[in-house]
Write a new protein. Structure first.
Length: 201
């Protein structure tokens, strides 16, 4: 009797494992849409703070000009557009080196207001326009900001128009599948870059 109860409990536990526990390989194979955006790169129009520790004269809050540059004391014109804050720290530190006999104080660059990150949503959406969300968002979030698609919007034929150098490239976006709950990868719903236009036909 005791053996019978033990066997029944054992098989019940084994069945529960088989029903409710997925193999690790299956979990790893499931595509996951990226939740975090890429590292923020500075855009024209952004407001950034530059601090040189120990030297209050070299603490500045500056706005990046439309040409992607800003001026900084003892350094001159700095090309900021497209750079990471850590890139600017290295550039400014290297430019200040001749001004110091010893080691250059630590330089810190932070983005105070990412107002240069802008994109547009046009076509069959409820609120077309230009948006400045203050953080990186993907194409689905951009559609949400624009109030979603209208009744006759062809969401699976949505496009991102992006300028790369002197070329204008087109990226197909499967917004309709995303709204239906189809499992997609981050390449199917890409992040919006500054200057992009999301077109919903």
């Amino acid at each position: 009797m005791v053996v019978r109860k033990f066997l029944m409990a054992f098989f019940a536990a084994l069945t529960a494992q088989l029903l409710f526990v997925q193999p690790v390989s299956a979990q790893a194979a499931r595509p996951v849409v990226g939740a975090t955006g890429p590292a923020y790169r500075i855009n024209a129009g952004d407001e950034i703070e530059v601090m040189v520790w120990g030297d209050d004269r070299l603490q500045r809050v500056v706005r990046v000009l439309p040409d992607g540059t800003f001026s900084f004391p003892l350094v001159g014109q700095v090309v900021a557009a497209g750079q990471l804050p850590s890139d600017l720290e290295r550039i400014i530190s290297a430019a200040l080196r001749p001004q110091y006999r010893g080691a250059v104080p630590q330089v810190t660059v932070s983005v105070k207001n990412p107002s240069g990150y802008q994109f547009s949503v046009v076509g069959k959406v409820n609120s077309p326009g230009t948006y400045t969300p203050g953080r990186y968002i993907n194409a689905l979030e951009a559609l949400s900001l624009a109030g979603g698609g209208t009744q006759f919007a062809s969401l699976n034929n949505s496009l991102i128009r992006r300028k790369v150098g002197q070329q204008l490239i087109t990226i197909r976006v499967r917004l309709g599948d995303a709204l239906k709950g189809v499992e997609l990868t981050s390449s199917d719903i890409p992040f919006i870059q500054s200057g992009d236009t999301l077109v919903v036909p």
